[in-house]
Design a protein around this ligand. Sequence first.
Ligand code: ZN
Length: 156
Amino acid sequence: MSDNLRELYQQIILDHNRSPRNFGKLEAANRHAQGSNPLCGDMLAVHLRVDDDRIAEIRFEGSGCAISQASASLMTSAVKGKTTAEANALFRAFQAMVTSRPSTPIDRDTLGKLAALGGVRQFPARVKCANLSWHTLHAALESQEGKKITTEREQE
Ligand code: ZN
């Protein structure tokens, strides 16, 4: 990765950590899930309003390290307005990126700004921080309409 790209990615993460997008409650939500990463102390709640199989609104609340917060901000920005199938495809692409070897090329066309988190591949302990928001999104999409569920994400 070039130094310029590395710097751009660091700035994206810093920016989303400092000014998280889509942060807060969502009154009209019809999907919810909670997740935690006990190894780091990251806590997250994801709220969605899914209309006709499309993510009309998404917000998150929580606290934790810069990677977990930036990841949640980037994740909500990426899936807002997407169909659930498109969101699940991004979920799989993100999983593939963060669990790949550091030398594997990143699919920047598919991942867009999410590629900024690709650097966690070099730090296995931080992969869970980056993954937390996506696993919580996945749990929320799997939950039934109007039913609140809690997903305790234990160490994998
Ligand atoms: Zn963390």
